[in-house]
Design a protein around this ligand. Structure first.
Ligand code: GLA
Length: 381
């Protein structure tokens, strides 16, 4: 990795990321997003970092993977912290990122044995997680360079991110034209709108893989964060984390977050599902189901700083992953080593392995239709 860093990557590093309140010079209100060079890939492709700010939220986004490299919000005393895990250099994102902050596609989460059948034809995909496909295969959307266009619209500021996935890429059928919009509103909400069209029937499940730590990345584990999820059921998995097809009740299990509880409270309960996930790494079946507009589904709160994240989505599922596979081998943007539980992901989505589970809501996209989903992250103290 050292070799990579020195020989492969040119360009700016992320000085100022962890610098706190004074570290970034954004005007109050919706200033135009600013672009700078972040690094270059081995083939010479330049990767840029876009900085935007609005309503007290500051976002730094890479053209590589649409990665949220930093998301800064203040605590109740006005102190800013980067509440999203990441790296300060491109080489680490390329070589060893566990999807830090990334846009995930074409199919977020797992597909059993990297295979599915659609309209009588079976597709074999790139397999990258044991015998399964995870997050779109070995070179998913998180490892692609997106075309980024900034915008200021009324009181909103944001970025359009576009990527066209070729027919057959990672084994998926259909040319998928993807457009993701990151918007910061004047209230400081971060909204994601996903859109996609195809020229052949395919499956799509796009999500965002931010690792949250509302006390600030590098501050230790998130086990004392309070989490509430509006879901009475979850999808139990097998040892390879593929859903069994059952929609099990959360009542009386470690998976019951209907009333806020601390993330760490039941993480050491020797429940078979917790053992499979080495913690929590499951899809919650949201009580509201699929909705036409984003509706509130989860609240995460750090008692020490008061920082609170509220999530609304129109998706039917939420993958809550408690950072179980962080193992002390990665150094984060703030200079600390990331260990198990140092961040958690709340990935709004359709259920894992839906193409192989006829009873799950469909993830099929056909020509002439537009895939559209939205998720809104609101911050508060
Ligand atoms: C997802 C999965 C986890 C893990 C992480 C990346 O959220 O559900 O099992 O693979 O991505 O480390």
């Amino acid at each position: 990795m050292e070799l990579n860093r020195r020989t492969v990557i040119a360009g700016a590093t992320a000085a100022g990321i962890a610098a706190g309140a004074g570290g970034t010079a954004h005007a109050a209100g919706g200033s135009r997003p600013v672009k700078e060079l972040f690094g270059s890939l081995t083939d010479g492709t330049k990767v840029h970092r876009w900085s935007l700010a609005n309503g007290g939220t500051r976002l730094k986004v890479l053209s590589y993977g649409g990665i949220v490299q930093a998301l800064e919000i203040s605590d109740r005393r006005g102190r800013y912290a980067n509440v999203s895990l990441g790296f300060d250099n491109l080489a680490d994102y390329v070589s060893s990122s566990p999807y830090f902050g990334a846009l995930v596609g074409r199919y977020g989460n797992r597909l059993d044995k990297g295979r599915f059948t659609l309209d009588g034809r079976t597709y074999q995909l790139s397999v990258n997680d044991g015998e399964n496909t995870l997050h779109g295969g070995a070179q998913g959307f998180d490892k692609r360079v997106w075309d980024v266009e900034p915008f200021v619209k009324g009181t909103d500021v944001g970025l359009y991110l576009r990527y066209t996935s070729a027919d057959g890429e990672m084994g998926f059928p259909g040319t998928l034209r993807t457009k993701v919009t990151y918007t910061l509103t004047r209230h400081g909400d971060w909204r994601i709108d996903y859109e996609a069209t195809t020229d052949r029937a395919t499956v799509v499940n796009l999500t965002s893989h931010v690792y949250w730590n509302l006390a600030g990345e590098s501050s230790g584990t998130v086990y004392d964060h309070q989490l509430a999820i509006e879901a009475s059921r979850f999808t139990p998995v097998d040892a390879g984390l593929i859903p069994t097809g059952e929609l099990a009740r959360v009542a009386g299990t470690p998976f019951d977050f209907r009333r806020a509880k601390s993330v760490g409270e039941d993480i050491r309960v020797p429940h078979q599902q917790v053992l499979y996930g080495q913690g929590l790494d499951h899809n919650w079946v949201l009580d509201k189901g699929i909705t036409s507009r984003p509706e509130h589904i989860a609240t995460l709160r750090d008692p020490s700083s008061g920082r609170t994240l509220r999530i609304a989505t129109n998706e039917p599922g939420l993958q809550f992953y408690s950072g179980n596979f962080l193992d002390g081998t990665l150094t984060g943007s703030g200079g600390s080593v990331y260990r198990q539980g140092d961040g958690l992901c709340l990935e709004t989505q359709h259920f894992p392995d839906s193409p192989n589970q006829p009873a799950f809501p469909s993830t099929v996209l056909r020509p002439g239709r537009t895939y559209r989903t939205s998720t809104v992250h609101s911050f508060d103290v």
